[in-house]
Unconditional design. Structure first.
Length: 131
């Protein structure tokens, strides 16, 4: 095998490997916690039912008043608000934290989340938390 052929073969193999590494993630509906970094809101308790994934702050999430469980699958803290535009009651969820039942008596936050804010920190200083 000539040097040129070996070089082309190596480049083709490298391109094939790079293509598998950089392939696009699965479709949105197939994502599960652990497969994609983001804040997951589920419309049923225990991470069941339809869900939305957020990767940046959103003042009007379009999933309003439906979230019943939540997963923070990021390295940063998030604040979830009872009203649009980051207003009213709020809770901070720390990195890698989950809340199975937002309607639990200590939260009473079932079907309440209308906006989400990504913080520039891993801590929840100044915000009430779920833990």
């Amino acid at each position: 095998m000539s040097r040129l052929t070996r070089t082309i073969t190596c480049l083709a193999a490298a391109a094939a490997v790079a293509g598998t590494i950089t392939a696009a993630p699965a479709a949105h509906a197939e994502l599960k916690p652990g497969e994609w970094a983001g804040l997951y809101l589920y419309d049923d308790s225990w991470y069941e039912g339809e869900h939305r994934v957020f990767t940046y702050s959103n003042g009007s999430i379009g999933f309003s008043d439906r979230a019943s469980s939540i997963v923070n699958n990021t390295w940063l803290a998030w604040v979830v608000y009872d009203d649009r535009d980051f207003r009213d009651r709020r809770y901070c969820i720390r990195p890698w934290e989950k809340v199975d039942v937002l309607g639990a008596p200590q939260w009473k936050f079932n079907d309440k989340i209308s906006s989400v804010q990504l913080l520039n920190s891993y801590n929840c200083d100044g915000y009430p938390t779920f833990s």
